[in-house]
Ligand binder design. Structure first.
Ligand code: NAD
Length: 523
């Protein structure tokens, strides 16, 4: 395995940039924490933390700004997203430096985040006016009952996002909330707060009113409850365990929530698949951001007729991966972000090996590159007693299983409480689609790993089972942030018997009317 040099610098993240960004945070009332770069161990920032009073003030500011913002025509709000799109692309060099410094990921995976934000800002700018337009559905009595359906913003949306995709997950859920007329109070993970603060700064430069997108800082377990107590809607991305807590807290207040949670995603190489193409894509699909991606593959089921070809190509490609996280595009995979992620990865691999699994590639910690580097790892002979068989690793570890037929692959893919993402490989698109439809997952990519579905912004993304409830992307990703309001105006005649008409005659007339409407196939 070849390696690249350790980065010596934090690129655009100079001390004065850090200071400027921190001034945007609604924080300071609680003791600061020091944040370190995962790759170099250098301190990046003394991050102020938000007290309950800071959070209260952030929600008040957001609420005041939202009242004005809701009056701004949707087309003007959408124009802010268009300008934001252009700034994200123009400033990508600095953004990538910050994302890499905070997470330790390679630049190629950091760029996926820039792409995600660009695609979503363009999509919601283009679609918001239509999605939010007033509708005039037919009234109970055509002509006499005039009905309008309006979309009212929820108010202030709390976006609680994790550290693994700090730009995409802090921003791409906030954009549709904002364009729908809401304010956002975001709580990025402490480890990746500067990325979120850069995004807010950029949004203000794109024309977003000051105050509308607030950032509070703190550990989720400390300030999450304070946020949910004040929010009108909660958008949470993180583990299934925390998702349950958030869901309970939102339920107590009877506010809506969208929960984007964990996965144990399967990739199926069917009997008629091209094993070489599948192996090539499986590398990216398993090891993006060192496997710290909710959509990445942790289980691969390969039909026995193509197994040898697949495994040969896959293991060779994995062994060829270049490790390192310099601020350029020269490496294939970066570091894990925290020591606790490294601990989980080592525990899962060590447990599997102790119980008889075979390591075909990786399985090695690489402190020579940085404290949390771990080689991309391919396991076989994994059995149900091993932790890695069922539990999400959220690291660069994938288990490959040989299966005797394609139906077995589907059955084993579905043998999990998770259901976030899946990948199916077949030379026939129709057959791929047919198998995809049998998999319990919110998205299934045919002849792709995750980017085909994830990157298609007009298509919803989210989980089933313990992978979550609610959707991001597509119309669903915006409409969750509005309440529909129906305003019905009754004109000329009441919905009641005409003067002199008995209730019995009214019932008869209405019965006739219902029958005619059905005969005319009216809705
Ligand atoms: P985690 O649930 O421990 O933490 C995630 C974030 O939630 C952290 O920033 C944390 O501070 C915050 N948090 C923790 N307790 C909280 C609480 N009570 N209230 C509010 N916030 C709280 O998960 P993790 O292990 O750090 O993150 C990885 C997990 O996130 C994996 O399971 C991964 O699959 C999942 N994830 C899912 C998606 C998705 O879109 N479905 C995307 C990224 C990550």
């Amino acid at each position: 395995m070849t390696t690249a040099q350790r980065p010596a610098a934090t690129g655009a993240l100079t001390p004065d940039v850090v200071e400027r960004l921190l001034a945007r945070a609604a924080a300071g009332g609680a003791p600061a924490v020091t944040v370190h770069a995962p790759v170099t161990g250098e301190a990046i920032a003394e991050l102020p933390q938000s007290s309950a009073a800071d959070i209260e003030a952030a929600f008040e500011r957001a609420r005041a700004a939202q009242r004005q913002w809701a009056k701004v025509p949707v087309r003007e709000r959408a124009a802010v997203l268009r300008r934001f799109h252009d700034l994200v692309l123009a400033e990508q060099g600095a953004i990538l430096d910050i994302v890499q410094t905070e997470t330790g990921k390679s630049r190629v995976h950091a760029f996926d985040e820039v792409g995600d934000v660009a695609v979503n800002s363009r999509y919601y700018a283009a679609t918001a006016p239509k999605l939010l337009a007033r509708r005039n559905p037919r009234g109970v009595l055509p002509v006499l009952t005039d009905v309008q359906v309006r979309q009212r913003p929820k108010g202030v949306v709390a976006v609680i996002s994790p550290w693994n995709y700090p730009l995409a997950l802090a921003v791409s859920d906030a954009l549709p909330a904002l364009v729908a007329g809401n304010a956002v109070v975001g709580r990025p993970d402490n480890q990746t707060a500067l990325t979120a603060l850069w995004a807010v700064d950029m949004a203000v430069r794109a024309g977003l009113p000051e105050g509308l997108w607030q950032i509070v800082l703190g550990r989720g377990s400390v300030i999450g409850g304070e946020m949910i107590d004040r929010a009108d809607y909660v958008d949470y991305t993180g583990s299934s365990a925390t998702g349950r807590t958030i869901g309970r807290q939102a339920g107590e207040r009877l506010i809506g929530c969208s929960l984007e949670l964990g996965g144990k995603n399967p990739l199926l190489v069917l009997s008629d698949a091209d094993p070489v193409a599948a192996a090539k894509t499986a590398v990216r699909a398993s090891f993006a951001s060192a496997g710290q991606l909710c959509e990445s593959m942790e289980r691969i089921y390969v039909h026995e007729s193509v197994y040898d070809r697949f495994i040969g190509e896959f293991v060779t490609a994995v062994k060829d991966m270049k490790l390192g996280a310099p601020l350029d595009y020269t490496t294939d995979m970066g570091s894990l972000t925290f020591s606790r992620q490294l601990d989980t990865v080592r525990a899962h691999v060590d447990d599997a090996v102790a119980k008889g699994a075979t390591v075909l590639a990786g399985g090695v910690h690489r402190p020579d590159l940085g404290p949390y580097f771990y080689e991309p790892t391919v396991l076989t002979d994994v059995t149900a007693e091993m932790t890695v068989y069922r539990e999400e690793t959220f690291g660069p570890v994938v288990s490959v299983y040989k299966v005797a037929d394609d139906d077995e692959a589907v059955a084993r893919a579905n043998d999990t409480p998770y259901g976030l993402n899946a990948s199916v490989w077949s030379r026939s698109a129709a057959r791929g689609r047919e198998f995809a439809a049998r998999i319990n997952a919110g998205s299934v990519n045919v002849n792709e790993g995750f980017i085909a579905a994830w990157g298609s912004a007009d298509a919803p993304s989210g989980g089933v089972g313990i992978s979550g409830t609610g959707r991001r992307h597509g119309p669903e990703g915006l409409l969750k942030y509005v309440d529909t309001q129906t305003i019905a105006v009754q004109r000329m005649l009441p919905i009641a018997p005409l003067p002199g008409m008995s209730e019995a005659m009214w019932a008869k007339t209405m019965t006739l009317y219902f029958r005619v409407m059905k005969a005319l196939r009216q809705k």
